[in-house]
Design a protein around this ligand. Structure first.
Ligand code: G16
Length: 543
């Protein structure tokens, strides 16, 4: 019987001591906090990833080192399950338990307990593929991860510095290689070829779209977008801005998808000509935010809800034109952040479900449909086609609509939100429909909204229910929020703890911009007071 390499695990773990004052938590998208505090977590995640692989019969597990939209000093790590999806939620608790074992002895004991509790056969080989984004703490964290993988004798593959969606793609392609479910070639080149070929087919015969300006958030998306240029040829031109990977502190700073969504304005580094369209990626290129300037040069944002609407409507159209509308049903998944107007527009046409924040929740809900379209309002999302739907599409009688549908499937990275794949998807649909930003935007009119972050002493004191739309704790706070909301016609607001930053988030929407701002800041003030923040930190906008 194969035993745990206890001595090696313990000795190597001693080189990666856990900071005594930090409690780590596997949150919305894995562990995420200051990069310099994560050494022990990475070592332990290496061991955990190997155990997960053994548990799943030696399937390859992915490990991505990134903190995505967070500022540069932060870093993080998340595990990717064999089909390229997020780690199964029951294992998040195991990850948290291993990360918080106070010392090496306790860590090895926790590993042993996990092996026994989940009945892992240690003789099964473990296989892991890992990658990192461009953060300065990345190389050291990868070294700690490798130490963990070696301690438990896992086989590993280094995918280098790449985007989160490429890592997810690699996991799926490695695990499906040579099977009927093959998802493509298991290399970055395979990814670039698959997406760009499908995109080029969708654009063939259409007028060449104007060059697309891509704000790369000074992150790893710049590398991948640059590589795509060589695969797109003359059929589509992209111009990169905020592609600086060398200036310290530049990552996600005053640029990128989160900046645009939260501030509802252009990054200061970008100017748009009237009619021009552009988009922003986030730090690891899994989120996408579109925008355009109207004929007066005024900025308009086309967020994840607008992407959902464009994509879902087009897929419904293709399914119908292919004669498959009886067999293939399209559904949409949103979160509480979805603009009320988008929910109204979509639910008049399609089934719409609301789930808690986090692509892992949306992804699982989307699997319940033949075609599940999900984008969080922040631009994080994709489209899933069930195996049965794909089978039907691949064997149905040929038509132009069906060919387009097949190419749409190939341009999409179904494993996870992928900003570049999503941008190609959007551009392909706009080209197919001869839409400009204005026509896309006119599908419905956003309700004015505001998102505010509140720094509190303990965000874990905030608990929610009803897909995060209502607070259950701190007690009585929800009643006070309700009272404020009642003052605004068509008003809506909710409060939830972030799973990626040490803040509580407040969202509000109302009939006018001034009212949405007022409601958001009033609720934020309530939260601030309730959570016992330092009065000197209370922003003056709070009423
Ligand atoms: C991650 C998750 C997203 C989520 C976002 C914000 O995005 O993958 O699903 O919407 O965090 O989550 P929270 O409001 O809990 O902080 P990313 O792009 O940072 O990986």
């Amino acid at each position: 019987m194969t035993m745990l390499p206890v001595k090696d695990l313990q000795e190597r773990s001693d080189r990666h001591p856990k900071p005594s004052d930090i409690k780590f938590q596997y949150g919305t998208a894995g562990f995420r906090t200051l990069g310099k505090t994560l050494d022990s977590v990475l070592f332990r995640v290496g061991v955990l990833a190997a155990l997960r692989s053994k548990k799943l019969d030696g399937k390859t597990i992915g490990v991505m080192v990134t903190a995505s939209h967070n500022p540069e000093p932060d870093n993080g790590v998340k595990l990717v399950d064999p089909r390229g999806e997020m780690l199964e939620s029951s294992w998040e608790a195991h990850a948290t338990a291993l990360a918080n074992a106070p010392n090496s002895v306790a860590f090895v004991a926790a590993v042993d307990e996990l092996v026994k509790a989940t009945k892992i056969d240690l003789s099964i080989p473990a296989r892991v593929v890992y990658a990192r984004d461009t953060r300065p703490t990345g190389p050291q964290l990868i070294a700690a991860l490798k130490d963990g993988l070696e301690a438990i004798k896992a086989e590993y593959r280094d995918a280098g510095v790449t985007t989160t969606p490429v890592l997810h793609y690699l996991v799926r392609t490695i695990n499906t290689k040579g099977t009927k479910d093959s998802y493509g070639k298991d290399t970055e080149e395979g990814y670039l070829t698959k997406l760009s070929d499908a995109f080029k087919k969708l654009l063939a015969g259409k007028p060449t779209p104007p060059p697309l300006l891509i704000d790369c958030a000074n992150g790893v998306g710049a590398l991948m977008a640059e590589r795509f240029k060589g695969y797109l040829g003359d059929i589509f031109n992209i111009n990169l801005v905020n592609a600086d990977l060398h200036t310290p502190g530049a990552l996600n700073n005053s640029c990128g998808a989160d900046f645009v969504k939260v501030n509802q304005k252009l990054p200061p580094s970008i100017t748009l000509q009237p009619g021009q369209r552009a988009c922003s990626l986030d730090g690891d290129a899994d989120r996408l935010m579109y925008y355009y300037a109207d004929e007066r040069g005024q900025f308009h944002m086309l967020d994840g809800d607008k992407i959902t609407t464009l994509v879902a409507s087009y897929i419904v159209e293709l399914v119908k034109a292919s004669g498959l509308d009886e067999q293939i049903k399209v559904g949409v998944i949103q979160t509480a952040y979805a603009n009320g107007s988008s929910t109204k527009y979509l639910s008049e046409r399609l089934p719409v479900k609301c789930v808690p924040t986090g692509v892992k929740h949306l992804h699982h809900a989307a699997e319940q449909y033949d075609v599940g379209v999900y984008f969080e309002a922040n631009g994080h999302g994709t489209v899933l086609f069930s195996p049965a739907a794909q089978e039907l599409i691949s064997s149905h009688k040929p038509s132009t609509a069906l060919t387009n549908l097949k190419n749409i499937i190939d341009v999409i990275n179904q494993t996870v939100g992928d900003a570049l794949s999503d941008a190609f998807l959007v551009e392909a649909i706009l080209a197919q429909k001869s839409f400009s930003g204005v026509e896309w935007d006119s599908l419905y009119c956003d309700l004015p909204n505001r998102l505010v972050k509140v720094v509190v002493s303990d965000r874990n004191a905030f608990k929610t229910e009803d897909a995060e739309r209502r607070l259950v704790s701190p007690p009585s706070l929800q009643a006070k929020v309700d009272e404020l909301v009642r003052k605004y016609e068509g008003g809506r607001s909710f409060v939830r703890p972030s799973g990626t930053e040490d803040v509580v988030r407040v969202y509000a929407e109302a009939a006018t911009r001034a009212e949405a701002d007022e409601l958001a800041f009033s609720v934020a003030g309530l939260v601030y007071d309730e959570a016992g923040g330092d009065p000197s930190q209370r922003p003056k906008e709070f009423l």
